[in-house]
Design a protein around this ligand. Structure first.
Ligand code: NAD
Length: 495
């Protein structure tokens, strides 16, 4: 398929039935229902996909179970699984322009970001995880019990993995989650976010083309309350890996209890960015601006709470507001676009509601926070100064382009950490300083799954990522991320 333009995409991809992928076949849903996919840059529907329900989830889980228990996947040498994953990464890379175009149409993000970031990271994640297929061994253990023993541990795939993802980086997240599970030897039922199912379809097509056996990868679209719940509650799913909001994560945890599924939760955040007076302030401001407004603020680890030393506070507020004002808020297909729309009209109202509430609570809107005069779900990036830790805009995750800036005066690491930790979330944090000792003291004290020093993002698939506190359970990436899809068994042989 050669896709050069949106017209090609409409003809070659969107113009064909966009169905569920179950047991190696592309099928409509049992009910025959379909739902619309909306372009957030225009607010107009531009595709329909099959609307899967509980019956479709059941078929997908049966297919994944059959492929796990009886199919070639489990008996395939790990090196073969690795090779197939690597082939999938190559296919995604070759299809990159096409995938980026689909992602931009579906999410509204800038096309160059979809190409350089989303597609690139999808490829990298699959390549990284493929390497673990051949390395998930156990250890031997010296037994103290009388007799002669050979005791050892083995890592076995947990079984059928149900994977639920959100809308902000749909391709990267699906590729990363699926490849980790597949490297461990699991089979997968993926439920993409209802807003952004399209790149998952293309990923499924590419997996089929490179030779993944039927039933190893199943994809069912639908809404959270029906399709997501059916997957999480299904008694034949062994593990759920969920990425989404903290509120839904808690519901997932409760619903997974029926058969005590293994559960990994990648949830929300309200991540602090601490800027100290000795930092490279210009660099910190550049990074903090994109760290909070990149992807229209729809990033779990967005640095949305800026804690800035009082001596540089005015300069940083002014500098970040100036940078925010220069970002071009446009449809993702516009080559000049820096910031696309947010995902939905409901999300626009939610973001504007938080900004209004903050102003009523006494915060100052320094820039942005308005809807540009055009269709679509656009919001100009907003900088709120004079925010306080008790405000809803500071305590709650917005998942939109809103930066809250707060001053602090005490450079004692315990005092700074108290401010940074004043949140139910603990996903990520950034520290900007040239004082390496202070940086390490803060990194120890801040409760977050990831701490970055003099950087706003440090994404590497070898580095475990996940949340402390209400930002989640378990880790993705690294050995730990793949091991989340395994059970550890010990075997003791009395010789
Ligand atoms: P959401 O929780 O509303 O939905 C996420 C997914 O869960 C969707 O596929 C949805 O259909 C499904 N879902 C909804 N209700 C469900 C239920 N009861 N049972 C099972 N599935 C259900 O989240 P959202 O608004 O789409 O995404 C934004 C959230 O995701 C933010 O909180 C953000 O921080 C978080 N997120 C976290 C990470 C991370 O790695 N920690 C990454 C990206 C996004």
């Amino acid at each position: 398929m050669s896709i050069q333009s949106v017209a090609d995409l409409r003809r070659e991809f969107l113009g064909k039935p966009l169905d569920l992928h179950i047991g190696g076949r592309w099928v409509p849903s049992c009910s025959g229902a379909r739902f619309d996919i909306v372009d957030p840059s225009s607010g107009e529907p531009f595709a329909t996909v099959a609307d899967g329900g509980a019956a479709d989830i059941d078929l997908a889980v049966q297919a994944a179970r059959a492929a796990f228990e009886n199919g070639p996947w489990r008996s395939m040498p790990p090196s073969e699984r690795a090779r197939l994953l690597w082939k999938l990464a190559d296919a995604v890379e070759r299809d990159g322009d096409h995938l980026a175009l689909i992602e931009t149409l579906n999410t509204g993000k800038p096309l160059r970001v979809a190409r350089a970031f989303d597609v690139h990271l999808a490829v990298e994640s699959i390549r990284y995880n493929s390497g673990w297929a051949t390395k998930l061994g156990g250890v031997t253990h010296p037994m103290s019990q009388a007799g002669e023993w050979h005791a050892f541990t083995v890592r076995e795939p947990v079984g059928v993995a149900g994977q639920i993802v959100t809308f902000n980086v749909p391709l990267t997240m699906a590729a990363n989650k699926m490849s980790a599970a597949l490297a461990a030897g699991c089979t997968v039922v993926l439920k993409p976010a209802e807003q952004t199912p399209l790149t998952a379809i293309r990923l499924g097509q590419l997996a089929e083309m490179v030779g993944f056996p039927p039933g190893v990868i199943n994809i069912v679209f639908g809404r959270g309350k029906e399709t997501g719940v059916a997957l999480v509650e299904h008694p034949d799913v062994d593990k759920v890996s969920f990425t989404g909001s903290t509120a839904v994560g808690k519901a997932v945890l409760a619903a997974a209890g029926g058969n005590l599924k293994r559960v990994t939760l990648e949830l929300g955040g309200k991540s602090p960015v601490v800027i100290l007076p000795d930092a490279d302030i210009e660099r910190a401001m550049d990074a903090a601006t994109m760290g909070v407004f990149g992807n229209s603020g729809q990033v779990c680890a967005a640095g949305s709470r800026l804690l800035v030393h009082g001596s540089i506070y005015d300069r940083v507020v002014e500098g970040i507001a100036r940078r925010a004002g220069m970002l071009k808020v446009r449809p993702g297909l516009d080559p000049e676009c820096d910031i696309g729309p947010v995902i939905s009209s409901a999300q626009v109202q939610r973001v504007l509601g938080y900004i209004d509430g903050a102003r009523r609570d006494g915060a100052e809107l320094v820039c942005g926070g308005r809807r540009p005069d055009r269709p679509g779900y656009f919001i100009e990036p907003a900088v709120l100064a004079g925010t306080r830790p008790d405000m809803a805009v500071v305590r709650e995750e917005i998942f939109g382009p809103v930066a809250c800036v707060m001053p602090f005066d005490d450079c004692d690491p315990d005092a700074i950490a108290r401010l940074a930790n004043d949140s139910v979330f603990g996903l990520s944090a950034s520290i900007w300083t040239r004082d390496i000792g202070l940086a390490h003291r803060l990194a120890r004290r801040i409760k977050a799954g990831s701490v970055k020093v003099n950087a706003s993002a440090a994404l590497d698939f070898g580095l475990p990522f996940g949340g402390q506190k209400q930002s989640g359970w378990g880790r993705e990436n690294g050995r730990e991320g793949v091991e989340e899809y395994t059970e550890l068994k010990s075997v003791a042989v009395c010789l």
